[in-house]
Write a protein that binds this ligand. Sequence first.
Ligand SMILES: [Zn+2]
Ligand SMILES: [Zn+2]
Length: 238
Amino acid sequence: MADAHRFLSQTFLQIMLDRRYLPLSDFRALVHALNQKYDYDLSLDHDADLLEFINKLNPTLTSLHLKLSQSIDEEKGHRVLVLCNTLSSELSRNPTFNDQQMALFRQIVTAIVESVDGILDLEQAESAVVDIPNCTLSAQQAKNTVQQLIKQKYLRCSNDVVTLTPSALSELQPYIAATMPDQVSNCFGCNSLCLQGERCPGSQCKGRVHKHCAPTVFQRKKACRLCKGPWGSEVFSQ
Ligand SMILES: [Zn+2]
Ligand SMILES: [Zn+2]
């Protein structure tokens, strides 16, 4: 059984180093597949077992400045396991990007945070380079940088729309909260940073709720927790 656990840990870490985030359902499918294939008896269906599994792996990752944790995929609403780089919260330590490329990433993060719904058109992300003072990146270099950011799982791109990945969001939460405190707020439901979600209809209010958290939050009272104004959540009109 000890071997089974070690094998699961190795397989899981290989996947996480490549993918950076993994839906919990995929992780459980992996455990199931290993059990089937090798006649193991691993059981991580309970959250307490999952937490113990993660907590056991983290000390070995500390020296690599990596950390595993659980989060929610803002876009899809499901639980995910994320692998974060504990050094990159200042957005300046990734050695594969030069200063100009990091400046472009910062600019994209700012644009995503300042957007209404936490998303950015791919074209806008690529052209964010024009807003950076003294930036020498060419349009093509900017395009390539965005593709690298997608490849390294900082950004997710689908249908030409760019968002922060669950792992990037976990990693950058301190940076975003520190540099743009007036732009962001935590979801009333899950209390994590909310970029993709509903905004309070009150024009001055920065109250936000994830779509998947809205049914629970507004179950009793359809009002903003911050300004107390009415909240005609989109989920009620569907
Ligand atoms: Zn939430
Ligand atoms: Zn409000």
